[in-house]
Design a protein around this ligand. Sequence first.
Ligand code: CTP
Length: 403
Amino acid sequence: MQQSLKSKQVVLGVSGGIAAYKAVELLRLLVKEGAEVTVVMTENAKQFVTPLTFEALSGRPVYHEIFGNEASGSMEHIRAAEKADLMIVAPATANSIGKMTHGLADDPLSTLFSAFAGPVLVAPAMNDQMWANPAVQENIRILKKRGIGVIEPEAGELACGAVGLGRLAEPERLLTEIRKNLLRQTDFSGKRILVTAGPTREPLDPVRFITNRSSGKMGYAIARQARSRGAEVTLISGPTHLEPPFGVTLLNCQRTGEMAEQVLHHLPQCDVLIMTAAVGDFAPETVSKEKIKKSGEQSLVLNLHPTQDILQAVADKKTHQLIVGFAAESENVVQSATEKLRRKQLDMIVANDISAPGIGFQSDNNQVTLIDRHQKAESLPLLSKMEIADILLDRILAQLNDR
Ligand code: CTP
């Protein structure tokens, strides 16, 4: 049998819920696939499954006491676990999720999580009322925003007898998510990705400018995920308040003209261009050197000229590059985006409906439709921008491999 996870180092964190028995099955599947698994448990988890069960199946010491002895995992062993390829917490109780969100470290699981720098998956399991609790949902949102993968619980009969959303995902599904995550860790290595993000800013005078409401979150999420999947990433960004993602080359710009220059300069060295930037379509014809004064009640008339369309310029210059555009639409979303895909000669366009509340600009979530060059549309559900970034990168990779 093919062992797809051969020699992969995985940390399995188990917290105290009835679903801890499914972690035993997950461990069995991981070991069968060739993974080397270190199990870490909370005190409460031991009420459901003994450390010995996990130790026997993993063939390794189980870390279950912070101030323990050899039996709870040696320091050397714990240090090695911190460098594993992936950590999965299954089941993750509301309490463990709260600790992970707020940086608490008072048990073996939360301690190891705090020291773990690699990718983490969290599989919540709890009663449906707890899952619906606004504090838990807020914590989940924060974890997702930090790039932690959340494997949503399933609906069904719960341990408390109620029927609702909160059951731990089945071990096979957890395994699929682990495989996908491990595969994604290197699938972009050797690829050079150019991403634009944020708004542009066109000055009127030394203190005023024309801009738009783009936060840059989508572009930064793509840059971050592409980098974490092994790509060499250059991010050309208009003004935002965001932290630059680790390991990404950041180039700042303000005006459309500057962004166009930087994009065209870096285009020949990249394999993929993703234009998430909300590029301003108009700029003042003249920029006043001095602050414009008001003169009584007289209106001020601004003459605006259209800016350069960066993607149109890219269409004339591109050679082997795969080009992805974004389309913010408020009506006939798919139809208008498809029209832009054709006009700008794109390989893919990501359409989003900016009239829908709670998504799009500024938000951490979005609901988009991906349209490829054969005009095949794929509507995604409401997802975090990090999740959208990963799905978009999956589709881009499929197109690159298809060439
Ligand atoms: N774009 C660009 N240069 C511009 C304007 C937009 O390269 N001057 C890019 C955006 O980065 C985006 C795509 O084109 O990837 C679509 O942007 P959008 O603002 O939706 O479309 P426009 O072409 O500006 O058309 P309109 O505003 O009329 O809908």
